[in-house]
Design a protein around this ligand. Structure first.
Ligand SMILES: [Zn+2]
Length: 346
């Protein structure tokens, strides 16, 4: 089969498209013939460093994916060959204390596709059968792929961690990336009021079209002041962010008393000032979050179908052009997900 491998670390040269044997399937697993995958920031991290993530090279890249079931156990109760599925990228042990309490995303032996084991930039992948969920009717494979990482991450952040209410206001930093767009879509569908920030006028305009209530230009406006003015001097209930250091002071200053800041990333740096006095006097909560559980993905699928919510796909590249796709992601110019069409059938 054809796949995009990571053969080293540092720049696009270490990413090679080539042939390898079909992945073997163990009992309890399904082999999925992939039709699409989408790119995530962590693909760039794996390409450039991969530090702190146990992995063996060469390794197939890619976290999320969607396709059709190629092979399953004869007595598999829910999945049949030919069925359209999307994947949850986390393979949990099912036995540790976190798995037993239903928080499989905290599993001590967690393995993520494309990080700790072969991923989805390939014609086939094998995963435990429970990691393959039915693709909603009418969805493209690229839309399905995007749900498994970005939307799942945003869902856990807003619903499970921040417990967002319909009457609350959310501030989403850096609109345009996959997670922030998913945050905007989910928060609006939940009924909340959403303020977005970006340094790019075009992205702000598109976010307003997607339902954002207010747009703040973070290069020309003081975000915290703009937020105070938009909220009558009150501040927002929830800050949703994955930018880290560059926005942290503004994020903390934008929160209402008792507000919650939920973060899933630190692309601009991970050591901001803690602003502890503000934290305890105003009784703020800072909540970390990563990905989401199988149960949360199941809920998210139901939510998306009921609300008619679908991931935004910006551009699709063939698998052979994975370098161009990675460069596009790295540019930060995109609004929505960058997808890979595998076998030309996104
Ligand atoms: Zn576990």
């Amino acid at each position: 089969m054809k796949a995009a491998f990571l053969t080293g670390h540092g720049g696009n040269e270490v990413v090679t498209v080539g042939e390898c044997p079909l992945p073997p399937r163990a009992p309890g697993q399904v082999r999925v013939r992939l039709h699409a995958a989408t790119l995530n920031r962590v693909d760039l991290y794996m390409r450039d460093s991969g530090a702190g993530i146990t992995h063996t090279l060469p390794q197939i890249m890619g976290l999320d994916g969607a396709g059709v079931v190629d092979e399953a156990d004869a007595d598999e109760p829910l999945l049949t060959p030919g069925q359209r599925v999307l994947l949850h990228p986390g393979v949990a042990c099912g036995r540790c204390e976190f798995c037993l309490r239903g928080d499989d995303v905290l599993c001590t032996r967690y393995q993520l596709l494309g990080e700790h084991r072969d991923g989805t930039f390939a014609q086939y992948v094998t995963v435990p059968a429970r990691n393959a969920l039915p693709l909603p009717e009418g969805w493209s494979f690229a839309e399905g792929a995007a749900l498994g990482v970005n939307h799942l991450t945003a869902w856990r952040m807003l619903v499970t961690q921040a417990r967002l209410k319909a009457w609350e206001t959310v501030l989403v930093f850096g609109i345009g990336g996959g997670v922030s767009l998913a945050g905007l879509q989910i928060a609006k569908a939940l009924g909340a009021r959403v303020i977005v920030t970006s340094r790019d006028d075009t992205k702000l305009a598109r976010a307003l079209q997607l339902g954002a209530d207010h747009a703040v230009h973070s290069a020309t406006q003081d975000v915290a002041k703009a937020v105070q003015s938009l909220t009558g001097g009150r501040g927002v209930d929830v800050v949703f962010e994955n930018v880290g250091e560059a926005v942290w002071p503004a994020a903390m200053k934008s929160l209402v008393r008792g507000g919650r800041l939920v973060t899933c990333g630190a692309t601009s740096g991970d050591q901001p000032g803690a602003d502890l006095r503000r934290l305890f006097i105003r009784q703020l909560q800072v909540i970390g979050s990563t990905l989401g559980t199988l149960s949360e993905l199941h809920d998210l699928l139901g939510f998306c179908q009921q609300q008619g919510l679908r991931p935004v796909i910006e551009q699709t590249f063939p698998l052979d052009e994975v370098h161009a796709a990675l460069s596009r992601l790295e540019s930060g110019q995109q609004f929505g997900k960058i997808a890979l069409a595998i076998d030309g059938s996104p």
